[in-house]
Design a protein around this ligand. Structure first.
Ligand SMILES: [Zn+2]
Length: 138
């Protein structure tokens, strides 16, 4: 993080970090998976890291269930897909084509889950857990 309050310096620092994160995963040409991994890293730069299950945004530690239900949620990113039902071409050249998509979405179970993070159900903001915290899936 920037040590001064100059918003341009903070923005420059964030952009430099994002570019470096992109360089760490990118080869030329980028695949969709490489780009997604780079975006995950860039998004993670914006999240604070907690060394315990306590929200760094609002200090909530999960003592009581929130009005939003539950205490914390473990979030991951997956690829969701929807069937394209129909493609309609417009009779007028000035109007674009319309794609009709099924509202029901599915996930690609064979895809690896990425971008692990915690959602605070009190303030609804996200944060990362320090690598020192062990996570067991049951
Ligand atoms: Zn919170």
């Amino acid at each position: 993080m920037s040590t001064n309050n100059d918003p341009n310096a903070a923005l420059h620092e964030a952009a430099t970090k994002a570019l470096n994160a992109l360089r760490q995963v990118a080869t030329d040409p980028l695949t969709v998976e490489e780009l997604a991994a780079a975006l995950d890293r860039i998004n993670a730069l914006a999240l604070p890291v907690a060394d315990s299950l306590k929200c760094p945004h609002c200090q909530y530690a999960g003592e009581v269930e929130t009005d939003n239900g539950g205490t914390f949620r473990y979030l991951v990113s997956t690829t969701a897909w929807r069937e394209i039902v129909e493609s309609k071409k417009s009779r007028r050249k000035t109007k674009p084509q319309t794609i009709i998509v099924d509202g029901l979405s599915h996930t690609y179970d064979e895809d690896e889950e990425t971008n692990d993070r915690i959602e605070c159900r009190k303030c609804m903001k996200e944060f990362l857990l320090a690598k020192s915290i062990e996570v067991e899936f049951v």
